[in-house]
Write a protein that binds this ligand. Structure first.
Ligand code: FAD
Ligand code: 2HG
Ligand code: ZN
Length: 449
């Protein structure tokens, strides 16, 4: 790193907020699939410091990558080459929670779990939840418009973000903060930054509408004989207002993960050729009996949690899948949207008779979002297969009116399929917006667009 540049950064953030050694964790993504070669990480502590950093970078054509928890799954949060990493981890102050409006105001570098811990005293919680909750941060969640485990009930993150503070690539601070539940004053500019994966500016603060912690909840685990039965259960329970989550898992992966739980009582002796569903209902005066009865039509046995510890264990079986796949090798991950009754068909098109490398499908069936994970022994093998699989998979998804990314985003992984997904006109329009905000192309280059 050029010493003049380093000196300029020292003037802005001080020596304690510059890292130049042991940068592997910042350069490498969560899957060990994308590795950059940045020589410097900046950890600003105020919006003004972020603004000064970006102004300096813009004037000197220095490229940057905003990074929060670095749990992203599309290579968006790590540099491709030697971009400067701006880590938001030290912008971690929660300012207030307003009990009248249920709106929280916070810095963007607060970890999702810490936001929930803070809100607990008010009996409120964040409106989204995901397995990465212990590391992912508010700004990362907003920049990816994260989905997660209870979208089926609460809908998407972007509906809950009421205000933002954003620093543009030229250093200008856009004050889009807003604590009004209703604000109908023209084009909603903040929406452009939600889900734009750090390509238009850096989110420094946010106002988020929170939701009450439900009085009661119940978690169910079901074993089913076929994927068609999964869909039948979905149809049966989807119109129930208390349905909070509807997650599907192939027996193949639950069976493989059984060794992880030798001391614990599993809900089932998981079979490779069976299909499993985790359901949660939440609210007041839960009608557990009626709900169980609805599901009994399609399953022989239902396991229900008896206490909070058991609920957490049932959820662990679902949430640990992503991590357990990573332990098996290098993983190609897909998170496509497609009608739920097409999940099995889609996987069978990619691997007829389910032959090929070890692969599983699972995910948020209640949202029409399936995750397909394919494991390879080496990164080179993965890269050899990647294009072939994607051309087929994304073509099929498109032919069914689906989306090549339901929740993880585009990052560097799916960038070349944006035209297939969006079409030329829409992509052209998005590129013009990018040029307007970032004419010098310094913000997270070669990601998304
Ligand atoms: P990062 O990974 O650091 O960054 C993500 C993107 O946002 C990058 O492009 C980065 O440049 C940009 N960015 C980060 N901070 C800012 C900022 N302040 N301003 C502007 N741009 C910024 N995702 C889901 O949607 N649903 C899930 O259910 C889900 N489950 C997961 C489970 C596990 C175990 C893991 C590892 C990941 C999971 N993810 C899931 C993916 C990931 O956690 C989400 O994308 C999350 O929102 C990323 O947050 P982060 O703080 O780690 O952001
Ligand atoms: C989940 O739902 C996450 O568990 C991760 O979105 C999915 O790793 C994956 O493919
Ligand atoms: Zn997911």
């Amino acid at each position: 790193m050029n010493s003049k540049i380093k000196l300029a950064f020292e003037k802005i953030v001080g020596t304690t907020n510059i890292l130049t050694q042991d940068l592997n964790p910042f350069n490498t993504d969560w899957m060990n699939k994308y590795v950059g070669s940045s020589e410097i990480v900046l950890t600003p502590q105020t919006t003004d410091q972020v603004s000064q950093i970006l102004r300096f970078c813009n004037e000197n054509s220095l490229k940057v990558v905003p990074q929060s928890g670095n749990t992203g799954l599309v290579g968006g949060s790590v540099p491709i080459k030697d971009e400067i990493i701006i880590s938001m981890r030290k912008m971690n102050q929660i300012y207030e929670f307003d009990l009248n409006s249920a709106i929280i105001t916070s810095d963007s570098g607060v970890i999702l779990e810490n936001l929930n811990n803070y809100l607990f005293q008010y009996k409120y919680q964040m409106p989204w939840d995901l397995g990465a909750r212990g590391s992912c941060m508010l700004g990362g969640n907003i920049s990816t418009n994260a989905g997660g485990l209870n979208v089926v009930k609460h809908g998407l993150l972007r509906n809950y973000v009421l205000g933002l503070e954003v620093v543009l690539p030229n250093g200008k601070i856009l004050n889009l903060l807003n604590k009004n539940r209703k604000d109908n004053t023209g084009t909603d500019l903040k929406q452009l930054f939600i889900g734009s994966e750090g390509t238009l500016g850096i989110i420094t603060k946010a106002n988020v509408l929170c939701i009450p912690i439900p009085n009661e909840k119940k978690v169910f685990f079901l074993e089913l004989k076929s994927f068609q039965d999964v869909i039948k259960v979905l149809q049966k329970v989807k119109r129930n207002e208390q349905l909070l989550a509807f997650e599907f898992m192939e027996g193949k992966i639950l069976h493989k993960n059984m060794h992880r739980h030798s001391g614990n009582k599993l809900p089932f002796d998981f079979q490779e050729d069976k299909y499993y569903v985790l359901l949660e209902i939440a609210g007041q005066s839960l009608n557990v009996d009626q709900f169980s009865l609805d599901m009994m039509e399609f399953t022989e046995e239902i396991v229900m949690n008896q206490n909070e510890k058991e609920a957490q264990f049932l959820w662990k079986l679902r949430e640990e899948i992503a991590e357990s796949m990573g332990k098996m090798g290098y993983v190609l991950k897909y998170d496509v949207s497609i009608p739920p009754d097409k999940f099995e068909w889609l996987v069978n098109q990619i691997y007829p008779k389910r032959e090929g490398p070890f692969h599983v499908y699972y995910g948020h069936v209640g949202d029409g979002n399936v995750h397909i994970n394919i494991v390879f022994e080496s990164l080179s093998e993965l890269h050899k297969e990647e294009d072939k699989i994607e051309q087929k998979l994304f073509g099929l998804v498109k032919s069914q009116g689906g989306s090549i990314s339901a929740e993880h985003g585009i990052g560097q992984h799916k960038r070349k399929y944006m035209e297939l997904q969006k079409g030329r006109d829409v992509l052209g329009c998005l590129s013009e917006i990018k040029r307007l905000f970032d004419p010098n192309g310094i913000m997270n280059p070669n990601k998304l667009l």
